[in-house]
Write a protein of this length. Structure first.
Length: 301
């Protein structure tokens, strides 16, 4: 099996077309089709359904996709890995964060990395805890920042920081005019929150059960960006970490109050992908996250 065939497979999967994949590689449609056929024969499975409108991945193709992507990324990084011996770190580092702690941490990380390690290129994605765990397991990212301890077989994780969960409303609502609000009061308010399973939601529901309370969840939205928009225009509240709404609070659009009696804190973990030994570029970015995250997010909290 040759890497060029896996790269062709990725091109066809991305474009949904043998002809477009051929154009990307300055080849012909028939040549691409033959190489994919060779790959399918080697794997003993059909990877694409050929239709009049293009090529669609089969179940076998979808199963191969993340592993092929990881293998090609690893191969592409060999030059950087060898060239880093005794030199300044350089190369691509793939990082995924949960949206609730993505900013201002991402901004600080980009500035620090560009200043200290100009040879390091960041590729940043947002994802849910489950998505980040899957990406780590598949080798599609090098680092993850998530609110769950990753499986040891997929990544090495360490607790990086914890943040108190906050009641969030639009500005001017009485419940967020004080610095803190009791859990019992929050339980009476109409809440918009991410659908289960969600790390923050699980913590909140567990606290409610211990108090013998039921949350008044009226809307489930799996996008923190949409949740913020909904809160800003409606009489709904949510329970989120402060960094996720820092910009809107500073702009006077939203307001926050710390949950008390009890306080509920969410712990976030830095995970380093365990499928291969991390190179210098991955290690220095991980060190930057350890350095930057606690202070920035403590301030935001």
């Amino acid at each position: 099996m040759e890497l060029r065939d896996l790269r062709l497979f990725l091109d066809v999967a991305a474009t949904g077309s043998f002809s477009r994949a051929a154009a990307l590689g300055d080849s012909t449609q028939s040549a691409v089709s033959k190489r994919i056929a060779v790959l399918e024969a080697e794997l003993g499975a059909t990877l694409f359904l050929r239709t009049g409108r293009g090529a669609a991945l089969t179940d076998a193709g979808r199963a191969l996709l993340p592993r092929a992507d990881s293998l090609c990324m690893d191969a592409a990084g060999l030059t950087d890995l060898v060239g880093q011996a005794g030199a300044a770190p350089r190369g691509l580092v793939r990082l995924a964060l949960q949206p609730s702690v993505g900013w201002p941490l991402t901004g600080a990380l980009i500035s620090a990395a560009r200043q200290r390690y100009p040879g390091v290129r960041l590729q940043i994605a947002e994802g849910t805890t489950r998505q980040i765990e899957e990406w780590l397991a598949e080798g599609r990212i090098d680092l993850g920042l998530l609110s769950n301890v990753p499986a040891p077989a997929h990544a090495r994780g360490q607790a990086l920081f914890s943040l108190p969960l906050m009641l969030v409303t639009k500005a001017g609502v009485a419940a967020t005019m004080r610095r803190s609000v009791s859990f019992a009061r929050v339980a009476t308010m109409p809440i918009v929150i991410a659908a289960a399973p969600n790390g923050g939601r699980l913590l909140i529901e567990e606290a409610a059960r211990r108090l013998g309370l039921s949350l008044n969840i009226v809307l489930e939205v799996n996008s923190i960006h949409l949740i913020k928009k909904i809160i800003a225009q409606d009489d709904l509240a949510s329970i989120i970490t402060a960094p996720a709404v820092a910009g809107e609070v500073a702009a006077g659009e939203l307001a926050v109050a710390r949950l008390v009696r009890p306080e509920v804190r969410q712990t976030f973990y830095l995970a380093i992908g365990g499928r291969r030994h991390p190179g210098p570029a991955v290690r220095v970015v991980a060190d930057l996250l350890r350095e930057l995250a606690p202070g920035l997010l403590k301030t935001a909290g």
